[in-house]
Write a protein that binds this ligand. Sequence first.
Ligand SMILES: *Cc1c(COP(=O)(O)O)cnc(C)c1O
Length: 358
Amino acid sequence: MSRPIRAVIDLNALRHNLGVVRRFAPAARVLGVVKANAYGHGVLRVARALAQAGVDGFALLELDAAVALREAGVTQRIVLLEGFFEPDELAVLARHGIDSAIHHAAQIQMLAHAPAGTTLNLLLKLNSGMNRLGFTEANFAGALTSLRECRSAGDLSLMTHFANADDALGVDWQLAAFNRMTAGVALPRTLANSAALIRYPQTQGDCVRPGIMLYGASPFPDVSAAELGLKPVMTLASQIIAVQHLKVGDSVGYGGTFKAAHDMRIGVVACGYADGYPRLAPSGTPVRVGDVMTTTVGRVSMDMLCVDITALPQAGVGTAVTLWGEGMPVDDVATAAGTVGYELLCALTPRVPVVEHG
Ligand SMILES: *Cc1c(COP(=O)(O)O)cnc(C)c1O
């Protein structure tokens, strides 16, 4: 018997979530965002399942993963969201038919010096207010002119990204800037991540770029994934491997940060931060033991964490524990740990065996 931790990837849930994207954005093409190894779910398995379900293309940042998708037979559009970094990459992109964001004058220079016959489709990225990547109002027109004159530039489209689609500030201020900068430019547009495509249909444009919602977590702090009709794709599951009985005043784990206020039964679970569970999850973080919700106690260590099973006399060594996923929203664990579901999903470590079904 190996250590009982598993990440179970539910491809039916993934396909279901693509259907939810289509319901929210019926007229737009869908580029499934598969960066960061498909948010920890495995880029090849996710791409295969989404392609089978009719996704229009994929967006990511990692060139090696993009090439691996092509080599695995993916024929849909593939877009690199940060584009290329070195002149050498241009031939690789052209050879594999991988489209590239272009957000900086240095990239236009590289393109201008590309060998003859190197042609790339480009997504011209505008900085509409997030101030991370993209051309500004001052240099967008010049960039567009340069690209229109560049023999290596194939099809062009326009792209921007929203900083506040998930919060009260919203997208109107950035949408106004984007529309002002691109007035009269007749090129396809891609603007919306998960939060924007759900909350602001006016941002859907020609093509949407959902990531987190495909994996069944919520882009919003105040709306659950279930309320959006999404199903969790990754379930991180393990088991209780030991039981301890605490007396009043006993502590558990490193640092003794948790002290029992009454006699307790504690389950020791084979899952720790070296598996991707957040070390900063405090005592009281929700966890599912068997079919019952309980909480963690004490510090999360590298390989183990502890759960309160005082009220669960039937729980013992071998009882199933759901850290997140089916029946235990990853967003609730993330909130307790002061982060977002995105980070927990991406942080799954390679030592956790992955099982897929569906
Ligand atoms: C990651 C990313 C997305 C997807 O965002 P979600 O919030 O996961 O839907 C879309 N566009 C860009 C440019 C991104 O970097």
